[in-house]
Design a binder for this molecule. Sequence first.
Ligand SMILES: [Zn+2]
Ligand SMILES: [Zn+2]
Length: 408
Amino acid sequence: MTAIPKIQTVALVRELGGPVEFVDDYPVPTPGNNEVLAKVLYTGVCQSDLHTKNGTAAGADGAPITKIKLPHVGGHEGVGRTIAIGPGCSPGLKVGGLVGIRFSSRICRRCEFCLAGTEQYCVKSTNHLHHEDGSFQQYIALDADYLTILPDDIDPKVIGPVLCAGLTAYKAVLGANIRAGDWLVVVGAGGGLGHLAVQYAKAFGAQVIGVDGLDKRDFVLGLGASEFVDFVNTDPIQRVHEITGLGAHAAVVTAGSAKAFAHACEMLRPRDLAALESSPSMLFPTFTSETAWSLGIALRSRILSLPTPHRKPALISITLTGGSEPHVVFQCSTEPGTVPDNEVWVRRKRNTVLRWGVSSWLMRQKMLAGVGGDASGVEAAFVAKFALASSSGGKVADDFAIHGGGFR
Ligand SMILES: [Zn+2]
Ligand SMILES: [Zn+2]
């Protein structure tokens, strides 16, 4: 039996916007009913932790998240070992097992989403980013019925980042629906999310094209990418088409730039799908003509999926027929599990699907001409409707929080 101290060292945020302090006398939690106590072995640091610390975290509606437990201990990419088991836990739990310390900390197990197995959307969920102390401490109490039990033979050093960055990258690759042999482009392939997406895509059987700066070349190829495209010194769109012939089957964007989104769209072959894993708030405030045109081309017969915790627009059908303003509606009829009221559905749907409501690029141009508006007017309307103020007052680069949000 490991001796459990009464106090521990933690990285503490006392007030939002304040510094991170290392405190040596923070109480060690006592595992309550149906909880285990784990000793934290390793933890990653997610950019979202910085948003919480800085008071710039944004919710689904783009508004600042203010319900943050203070003082707060961040960290949601941790790996720990259970050292004590509280009362009421199921007998299968063992002391000494490895457990993951994820973003999500608790769920209700009773709401519609929990009952459907989509508990990442639980209406009463709490998380280690805002509501409970996370893995930037030596000891943590975890819900025993919502444990991420890790295999004994994993290397705990490498698993931490998998629990947030890995989940995010995995979901993007999963959402790309690739088949073995398909070409999948990872834009930002050498980055924190991208290098994981490369490995997941490779494991899915894809031929991976990594796009990044030249200094990432050897790293990305070493991860199993078939090709590397240096986006600084070559035209990445042209290069992807040279490699693939018809264009890539899917693209995963892990770079926080609207240009990367636009480029990815143009790298795809007709009728294929872009699973973009980033914050659409990166996209919308910078919704330039270039982006719009690229999206228009890309979405000719495609769906652009933007799974994100920011959950900005859900499913949008944009029709530009008649009237002086573009008519933007939420469309839910084709999605499973929908509810009759579009707005309600939009609030409930946690991932983001953007659908261009015209069947061809040419048609869109005709429609634009028909309403007598220019593209920038349309984009302005988009931005007015969907680009809610970012958590950091519109500073796009700071508004790049990512969470995996589960596997669905
Ligand atoms: Zn995270
Ligand atoms: Zn629930």
